[in-house]
Design a protein around this ligand. Structure first.
Ligand SMILES: C[S@@+](CC[C@H](N)C(=O)[O-])C[C@H]1O[C@@H](n2cnc3c(N)ncnc32)[C@H](O)[C@@H]1O
Length: 459
């Protein structure tokens, strides 16, 4: 008999798998239900909250029998906060989830069968690993709040201190909360687009302990300069105090212009034997411990002999490019080129080359898909190795087509989204490349996100 499922019904359900966002999946007959906070192996009481044609969503009401992989989250905010979707899962089970996620995507979307995937590179201390906080701000119950949004909403989960942030970042958050309580500066209201203070962005260099504090404002008028400077007078790690102006509506955190209120326009981080300047608008990987392991894998897979011409596409502040340039065995003949869309990041990359006395690295600003195409049409163009490290949405198809024409000996694709990685690898491996290595790296413990390094060799 066909069972009709409707909103507000209660069921007892066994969780049999994970969804891509870390939700538990269970079945009521053939009807699939997604339950936030469910773990395979759980027996749960659930309440249906949304019904689609063949599937629905439910709320976890009660854990009748817990999965052996379930743990008590260290942070009591984690069931609500959109940041750590997997804190209720034992760390080794988190790692298995991520390995499976990569394998499933490569098989289902990429069409790769019988793949040997290396064991994921894990963290011995999977907390306090983030070097950057990007927190929304709000006033609720007459109290200033900072934090991430709850899942699928713009409601701030008030987070005075966050377990995955570096401890110095938590110190800054506390001081900013006190500063707002004292000054009562107005808080941005998304719907009305009024109010001054929009986001708080804090960055720290793990190996330098240098802090950047950036207040994102909805107006050029800010009359609390001296009060804000005073907040950090006894925290000498704050090397850079910045106001960023974002007067546009929409979800972008940072605007395109900034003013240095005190100190330097950038902070420094030391990583993998190199020094990096990082300015407010530049991308920098958020987990410095794991990123060293990741870059080492890129170097291992690259198997450089020192004579190569290497392209680092989507290069940010030039980290991978400079790391490879520094490791070319005979750097005088080898060359590295980086392409990046954000002009400030390219300025950082050029300064970082100078800072590290690397002369064989060159950086170009613009869209990777456009600049690489233009460069590939030049007479003396050469590309032995291409490293791709695009944002979550992956590479433009046109860039993949150029790569299959240029045919570098190797392509190393570093990705933070296994689905777009699988989509792009399918195109590259259609005729010319074989997927030789897949290395997962746990850059984002407690979350559903995972980084992958994939190595392709010309057939
Ligand atoms: C995942 S980050 C990688 C940065 C760098 N490889 C690293 O490890 O720090 C992706 C970078 O791509 C840049 N980006 C986004 N779209 C781009 C495009 N179409 N062309 C070039 N760069 C782009 C972003 O600004 C960001 O710096």
């Amino acid at each position: 008999m066909f069972l009709e499922i409707t909103k507000n019904q209660y069921f007892t359900i066994n969780i049999i798998d994970f969804g891509t966002k870390g939700e538990g999946i269970g079945k009521i007959d053939t009807f699939t239900v997604f339950i936030n906070g469910g773990v395979p192996g759980d027996k749960l009481e659930i309440k249906i909250i949304k019904v689609k044609k063949n599937y629905g969503f439910a709320k976890l009401i009660k854990i009748i029998k817990p999965s052996p992989d379930r743990v008590v989250p260290k942070c009591e905010l984690s069931p609500k906060c959109g940041g750590c979707q997997l804190q209720h899962l034992d760390y080794s089970a988190q790692l298995r989830f991520k390995e499976k996620k990569i394998k499933d995507n490569l098989t289902r979307i990429g069409g790769f069968q019988d793949l040997a995937i290396n064991p994921i590179l894990d963290m011995s201390e999977p907390y306090h690993y983030r070097n950057k906080a990007q927190f929304a701000v709000d006033y609720k119950d007459q109290q200033f709040q900072t934090g991430l949004y709850t899942l699928r909403s713009h409601e701030v989960v008030d987070t005075p201190s966050c377990l995955i942030m570096h401890p110095l970042i938590n110190q800054v958050i506390k001081r900013i909360r006190d500063f707002v309580a004292q000054t009562q500066i107005s808080i941005y209201d998304e719907k009305k687009q009024t109010g001054l203070f929009r986001y708080l962005v804090v960055r720290v260099g793990f190996n330098t302990q240098e802090l950047m504090v950036c207040l994102v404002l909805n107006s050029l008028e800010f009359t609390y300069d001296q009060e804000l400077i005073a907040v950090f007078k006894d925290l000498p790690q704050v090397q850079s105090l910045v106001l960023n102006y974002n007067l546009a509506s929409g979800n972008n955190v940072l605007g395109t212009t900034s003013k240095v209120l005190q100190g330097s326009p950038y902070i420094q981080e030391h990583m993998a034997g190199l020094k990096f300047k990082i300015s407010p608008l530049s991308f920098f990987q958020v987990n410095p411990v794991q990123v060293e392991k990741l870059y080492q894998k890129v170097l291992d897979f690259a198997e450089l002999d020192g004579s190569e011409t290497v392209w680092d596409l989507y290069c940010g502040i030039g980290t991978i490019a400079l790391y490879l340039a520094a490791h070319l065995v005979t750097p005088s003949s080898g060359k590295v080129y980086g392409i990046e869309i954000v002009p400030d990041a390219i300025k950082d990359a050029q300064e970082n080359a100078k800072l590290n006395k690397i002369k064989n690295a060159h950086f170009l600003v613009g869209k990777a898909e456009e600049i690489f195409l233009q460069e590939s049409q030049k007479k003396d163009f050469q590309a032995d190795l291409v490293v791709l490290n695009p944002p979550r949405k992956g590479c433009e198809k046109v860039l993949l087509e150029v790569l299959t024409k240029v045919k570098p000996r190797k392509i190393i694709y570093v990705s933070c989204d296994p689905a777009t990685l699988a989509r792009d690898l399918k195109i590259l491996c259609q005729d010319y490349y074989t997927l030789t290595h897949v290395q997962p790296v746990d850059m984002f413990p407690q979350t559903v996100h995972v980084e992958t390094v994939a190595c392709l060799t010309l057939v």
